[in-house]
Design a protein around this ligand. Structure first.
Ligand code: ATP
Length: 329
């Protein structure tokens, strides 16, 4: 068989580990892998991995020592042109011309929406691997990159806490996550933040200001509020403005962590997850599966229809919201 693999959407630490796993699992079973560069944009342009072995062909040696590297050696992209009937036909033709029997897209919900749309124009098999720092997909306990992004954000907040304590300040720290609060909530818990503002919960600035007053009266020298970029309040800067209108008992500072959360060497957890899911995706293709995501739940690899991973918003773990509240007293 000939498998195609690409990374799409926002990059996530562990995409390289997943790519390595796909290439080596396929090679150990006697299959070819064609690396497609720059996600769906590269697919439309037949932009293949630069290889001496023939167009796009990736050998086990081509993925040596990439497991520990952040980013993706295949590059990634966001490509609106792909999401049109014409774009999808161009992509399908490119796969057929390259003799690809099955495609493994590594990415988030947009990438999987694209995979479902592609399946209407292309008859090959498609198994997705969840590569996104957002952890917003159903059907897997964690997405590849989430653990590393949380670790990066926590490391930054630990440093901010030092200065917040020294100057008795309140820091609003904005983290990524698009429309989901998973990254913000996990970061808040692990960084001992007092408050998390997430898109899933409607909390107004007045209520937050009242909680901050309460925490001040409990003797808190510093406050960390983790704000998800997709939060109702409009992010950390907007929330800071609203807090300044309320009677905030601390001097405030705003920090937007930004793209630093996408980079860095993946944690051991992400490396293991990426290795398991890349291998499982290849084995699932060989077994004849298609239209599925390779996920991991309760320690077991599983296949979930691609549509089911993004058609419903992945709820936040309620118990973690309550836990954060209890820990901030
Ligand atoms: P992340 O959320 O981590 O950034 P993602 O995979 O969700 O990752 P997107 O930019 O949303 O990133 O999607 C990646 C690409 O998937 C888009 O640039 C587009 O080419 C394709 N895509 C997204 N939505 C659709 C859709 N509804 N139909 C077809 N293709 C789509």
């Amino acid at each position: 068989m000939r498998l195609g693999v690409l990374c799409s959407g926002g990059d996530a630490p562990g995409m390289n580990a997943c790519l390595r796993s796909v290439v080596r699992a396929a090679a150990s079973d006697g299959h070819d892998v064609i690396g497609i560069r720059r996600g769906y944009e590269g697919l439309m342009n037949a932009d293949f991995f630069d290889s001496e072995l023939g167009v796009g062909k990736m050998s086990p040696r081509s993925v040596s020592h990439i497991l520990e590297r952040g980013g993706t050696i295949l590059n990634s992209s966001r490509c609106p042109a792909f999401a049109t009937p014409e774009g999808l036909k161009v992509a399908a033709d490119a796969l057929d011309r390259a003799g690809v029997d099955a495609l493994i897209p590594i990415g988030g919900d947009g990438t999987f929406r694209g995979a479902v749309a592609l399946a209407e124009h292309w008859k090959g098999q498609i198994i997705g691997c969840p590569g996104t720092i957002d952890n917003d997909l159903l059907g897997t306990d964690a997405t590849i990159g989430f653990s590393t992004a949380v670790a990066t954000a926590v490391d930054c907040i630990d440093k901010l806490r030092d200065t917040a304590e020294s100057h008795e300040r309140l820091f609003l720290v904005e983290v990524m996550g698009r429309h989901s609060g998973h990254l913000a909530l996990a970061t808040a818990l692990a960084a001992s933040a007092e408050i998390a503002c997430v898109p899933e919960e409607i909390v107004d600035a007045v209520a937050i200001a009242a909680r901050v007053q309460e925490l001040r009266s409990l003797g808190k020298q510093s406050i960390i509020i983790v704000v998800a970029e997709g939060d109702e309040q409009g992010g950390a800067v907007a929330l800071n403005e609203k807090l300044s209108l309320a009677d905030c008992p601390y001097a405030t500072r705003t920090v937007i962590l930004g793209h630093i959360q996408r980079g860095g060497s993946p944690t051991a957890e992400d490396r293991v997850l990426a290795t398991r899911l890349g291998d499982f995706a290849v084995r699932s293709i060989v077994d004849g599966a298609t239209g599925m995501m390779a996920g991991e739940t309760c320690g077991h690899c599983c296949l979930v229809p691609l549509e089911d991973t993004f058609s419903t918003h992945r709820p936040l773990p309620e118990h973690q919201i309550e836990l954060l509240d209890r820990m901030s007293c």
